[in-house]
Design a protein around this ligand. Sequence first.
Ligand SMILES: Cc1cc2nc3c(=O)[nH]c(=O)nc-3n(C[C@H](O)[C@H](O)[C@H](O)COP(=O)(O)O)c2cc1C
Length: 301
Amino acid sequence: MINTSVNICGVELKNPVMTASGTFGSGREFSDFIDLNRLGAVVVKGVAAVPWKGNPAPRIAEVYGGMLNSVGLQNPGVDWFIENDIPFLRQFDTKIIVNVCGHSVEEYENVVRKLQGQDIDMLELNISCPNVSEGGMSFGTDPKMAEKTVKAVKKLADKPLIVKLTPNVTDITEIAKAAVSGGADALSLINTLTGMKIDIYRRKPVLQRKVGGMSGPAVKPVAVRMVYQVCKAVDVPVIGMGGISNAEDALEFIMAGATGVSLGTANFTDPYATIKTIDGIEDYMKKYGVNDLSEIRGIIE
Ligand SMILES: Cc1cc2nc3c(=O)[nH]c(=O)nc-3n(C[C@H](O)[C@H](O)[C@H](O)COP(=O)(O)O)c2cc1C
């Protein structure tokens, strides 16, 4: 009998596979294709204190091995989320992780305060979005700001707090350590890498905002390297993401030390990608005699 379950800060997930924030909404559209009951967790799109309309279009561009986006965390706000998305997701036997965004420490605090007592499982603090001009990534590139923001939010959080890190730094382990010393119960990484694409015929950037966040298969080696480094540097569970499209990709992150894995961009090209990844992990475990994922987690020295 294989055991695919993983425990992240006391929350038991039936398997390590989750959806990366912003690529799966709150699962509604995907529930027409896949059985959400099979997922380890649904990580929802970033939720802000008030509705955000996001950035002007074009805000998506295809690039080699992935995509650029500058969506800018468009979302209907925490009140709408509580009223509509929590009841929807609670119909399914999966964990609910709420991604929290803000332009300031106060805005993050306002979201987390409203989520107190709500029927959710974990919080994921996004201090790593490259697509908002104030806040977002600026909190995640300076260790002092990261620690201060995490500390403020942790005081109000009544659920385990995951802090999501940006890869757009020189040494991600510095930010990881700062987030943990601020009180992060777990870390997730990576968010998107800043990138740009130019339309040479129009002689203009493809994205209206010029620069966006790069995601998809091409970023995977960067993400695996960062997950490996962070897992060696801190003692909290890590959720790995960045270019995961299938079980082989997911197992790389697990061997690098990740407890959980998330699929993002892959959902856009194949809505069944998460389910295929879960099946593929099970097949690998059976074929190679792995009874529990802890036997292969972090085996890379
Ligand atoms: C269109 C789009 C929207 C995203 N929105 C969010 C978001 O709201 N909050 C967040 O923390 N990350 C967001 N991300 C980042 C993803 O969750 C993930 O960290 C990143 O895309 C890397 O994983 P992937 O290569 O599997 O997509 C978004 C990514 C994309 C492509």
